[in-house]
Design a protein around this ligand. Structure first.
Ligand code: ZN
Length: 248
């Protein structure tokens, strides 16, 4: 089986459509790592699209914020404003779908799916080697897929003789298959579809073939200006509009 892995769509319909078109015919099923909504102008349209796909999905912090399940106090002012706009604009079907999302999914004892981290699925960012290392004790499967930071990265657990293990991080290349050594453990982030933050504004996604131990990262252009024009029209914060041009 070949899976398409997407994360952090953030109500960006143009980016989601570009990814689905680019990946079309190249996968059997989809795994989604949360944050379907928040920041962007099309929460209901993105959820409608996702609901028709063969897909397993977990909840993200912005999904919970849109449902009022999280306090907005820990969000920065722009994220708060966008979350309030999202709360006001969710329809009943979108709300019910977001309510149905679990915090963690374990696929056939092989792969764990969470938004943030296995230790704190909704909130924790895995953005450093020490944090990744701690999190390897919080899931049982060989691989864990995470989103949330919007940055493509792979953390590899290295067994140390007679003691605690170590961990290394690497930024994955794009458009080339990466073989992950069987028996080793990894935390893998596919990057963000709708709001990349690694300096590359193109939508980021990944294919994964668990039986073969192969993953492959992809980037795809989408009409950023179209998303930005819609954000402006509905009055979302200018900083959130600008950042899409640069991927930060
Ligand atoms: Zn996010």
């Amino acid at each position: 089986m070949r899976y398409l892995v997407i994360s952090d769509i953030h109500s960006n319909l143009e980016a989601l459509e570009a990814v689905l078109e680019d990946a079309s015919g190249q996968y059997d099923e989809i795994w989604c790592l949360g944050d379907l909504v928040g920041y962007g102008p099309n929460p209901n349209e993105c959820v409608d699209k996702v609901r028709e796909l063969p897909l397993a999905c977990v909840a993200g912090n912005h999904d919970w914020a849109a449902l009022g399940k999280l306090s907005l106090d820990d969000f920065n002012p722009d994220a708060q404003e966008a979350s309030r706009w999202t709360q006001e604009n969710l329809n009943g079907i979108t709300r019910a779908y977001l309510e149905s999302l679990p915090e963690t999914l374990v696929i056939e004892d092989k792969i764990t799916l969470v938004h943030g981290s296995p230790r704190h699925p909704i909130w924790e960012y895995i953005i450093s080697i020490p944090i990744a290392l701690e999190n390897f004790s919080y899931f049982e499967t060989p691989w864990c897929l995470v989103g949330h930071s919007h940055v493509p990265v792979i953390f590899r657990y290295c067994e140390a003789e007679g003691g605690t293990g170590n961990c290394e991080a690497f930024i994955p290349p794009v458009n080339q298959p990466i073989l992950l050594t069987p028996g080793e453990r990894f935390i893998i982030n596919p990057g963000s579809v709708g709001q990349p933050r690694d300096g590359d504004p193109r939508a980021s996604y990944m294919f994964i073939e668990p039986e073969k131990g192969i993953i492959e990262y992809r980037r795809v252009d989408y009409p950023v200006e179209k998303t930005q024009a819609k954000m402006k029209e509905v009055g979302l914060p200018p900083r959130l509009i600008a950042r899409l041009s640069f991927g930060w």
